[in-house]
Design a protein around this ligand. Structure first.
Ligand SMILES: [Ca+2]
Ligand SMILES: [Ca+2]
Length: 487
């Protein structure tokens, strides 16, 4: 029992360490049907809405498309009443709001507010903003929409902050943001709206400022490591993530601000560096769809996702000596899984330990592997033969389900033994050299002779006693020349 407590503690530590150390990973989902840039994202009823923007050729568009992360599919939504880009977008009170932006193919800010009623799929005009804006941001706090910065009438770069109350359909002027800027980014964490980066005629900003809707006060925060405009931000698990941007070129930077430590950290760069993008958190991930891949005009439809969540292998495997075919259960033990490349020399990419349940199940978590890349699943147990999956498998996008118990063909070289109705990995490789043979028998015989007990590799049956039953399992597999079979 002491051993079991120790193992659990060890696993917990390993898991926590890898979580803290993680700089995240990227994977891709179904691309947006209509490639666009200078767009924003917002999530409503589980769907990510992407309205308007500049389409191919730098043309303003009325297209509205929505992505469903659960089904990895896109649908078309009622078009905007007029083409808009560089617009503000927010969800409040169960409705989607488009606030201002540049109209048509112009760069003239407008002040119109459009609200989508999802049930009727109709855009309705609301009380306009008090001033016209483009290249601003809109962030919701407690069902009110805060509209910050951007280019206002007269082509002035502004720090103007206003709030819209959807229930009253009315506007109010708030305290100006200290640093006037446009093409900026922002997101809410707790009761502060964080605003990062952006630009003015003087160039890019690295400024981070935070607005408190509760006190109508702006606070200065530590500068972002990389000054940039045309970027985007989202919050996830109490932290701010700021992605991409432009000028000069296109930025791949992904920087995390942690309000608790009041510090910045460099995260895994964007898979597709972009500007003119939106970002929105859904579940444990941040979606960044479309944008421009070179400075200025250019459009892409990529749908890249950033997450700190580990990749998970849901594994079902039984260990021959530990398995009881009368109950189809096994004595619990720790198993290690290696993810190895599918081509010579089959490099190890990642590894993870977990404690199998009585039903032979465990979730193995990985932080170094990537989605959409095939890996052999290589199973290691303290006294079983190393066993490889039949072929390479990929996380799609974050999960592999694999069951070694249903067929011999689940293992490379059919290297499994049928016990009752379940296939198990062969037991008896006590010295872990890839062969079950006389040397494993000799080690076990020694321990049996001295009545050794406890968590030993010679305990092939998992009962913490070394005796004839362990020797019997090894002897049988040695007689059958069981060895490791690898590609
Ligand atoms: Ca051996
Ligand atoms: Ca035993």
């Amino acid at each position: 029992m002491k051993t079991i407590i120790f193992i659990s503690f060890f696993l917990l530590n390993t898991y926590c360490f890898s979580q803290i150390d993680s700089v995240g990973r990227w994977f891709s989902r179904a691309p947006m049907p209509t490639a666009r840039q200078e767009i924003a994202h917002a999530i409503l009823n589980g769907k990510i809405y992407v309205p308007g923007g500049l389409a191919t050729g730098g043309v303003g568009t009325t297209t509205v498309e929505a992505f469903d992360p659960l089904t990895n599919s896109w649908s078309t939504v009622a078009p905007l009443p007029e083409p808009l880009h560089h617009l503000g977008l927010a969800v409040a009170n169960g409705r989607l709001y488009v606030l201002g932006g540049y109209s048509g193919n112009s760069f003239v800010p407008n002040h119109k507010v459009w609200s989508l009623y999802p049930d009727s799929n109709i855009w309705r005009e609301k009380t306009p903003m008090l001033i016209s804006r483009g290249a601003h941001i809109a962030v919701t706090f407690q069902n009110k929409i805060y509209v910050i910065g951007g280019v206002i009438m007269g082509f002035t770069v502004s720090g103007r902050t206003d709030v819209y109350d959807p229930l009253l359909d009315s506007w109010e002027i708030l305290a100006n943001m200290p640093t006037p800027r446009e093409h900026l980014s922002g997101a809410l964490i707790d009761s502060l709206i964080y605003v990062a980066g952006g630009r003015s005629g003087a160039g890019n900003f690295n400024k981070l400022e935070a607005y408190s809707p509760l006190s109508n006060i702006w606070y200065s925060k530590p500068n972002m490591p990389t000054a940039r405009g045309g970027l985007t931000a989202a919050s996830l698990n109490g932290k701010l993530y700021v992605f991409g941007g432009e000028t000069p070129g296109v930025f791949s930077q992904n920087e995390e601000y942690n309000p608790v430590t009041n510090s910045w950290k460099t995260m895994t760069p964007m898979k597709t560096p972009r500007h003119g993008i939106g970002a929105v958190a859904a579940g444990d991930s941040i979606f960044i769809i479309g944008g421009g891949v070179v400075e200025g005009y250019s459009v892409t439809n990529v749908n890249d996702v950033f997450t700190l969540a580990p990749l998970v292998l849901k594994l079902n495997v039984f260990v021959e000596g530990f398995f009881d075919p009368s109950s189809n259960t096994m004595i619990r033990d720790t198993v290690k899984v290696y993810l190895q490349k599918t081509f010579f020399p089959f490099e190890i990419v990642d590894s993870s330990k977990a404690y199998l349940s009585n039903n032979g199940f465990a979730n193995f978590k990985f932080n170094k592997a990537v989605s959409d890349s095939g890996y052999y699943l290589v199973i290691k147990h303290r006294n079983s033969i190393e066993t490889w999956s039949s072929s390479g498998y990929s996380f799609t996008p974050s999960l592999i389900n694999y069951d070694f118990t249903t067929s011999a063909t689940k293992a490379y070289g059919n290297n499994l033994i049928l016990k009752g109705t379940k296939y198990c990995i062969y037991s008896g490789d006590v010295n872990q050299d890839g062969f079950i043979d006389g040397s494993d028998l000799a080690l076990t015989d020694n321990d049996a002779f001295t009545f050794a007990s406890g968590y030993l590799s010679t305990d092939v049956t998992g009962d913490n006693i070394i005796d004839a039953s362990d020797l019997s399992v090894i002897d049988n597999n040695a007689f059958n020349n069981v060895i490791k079979i690898t590609p």
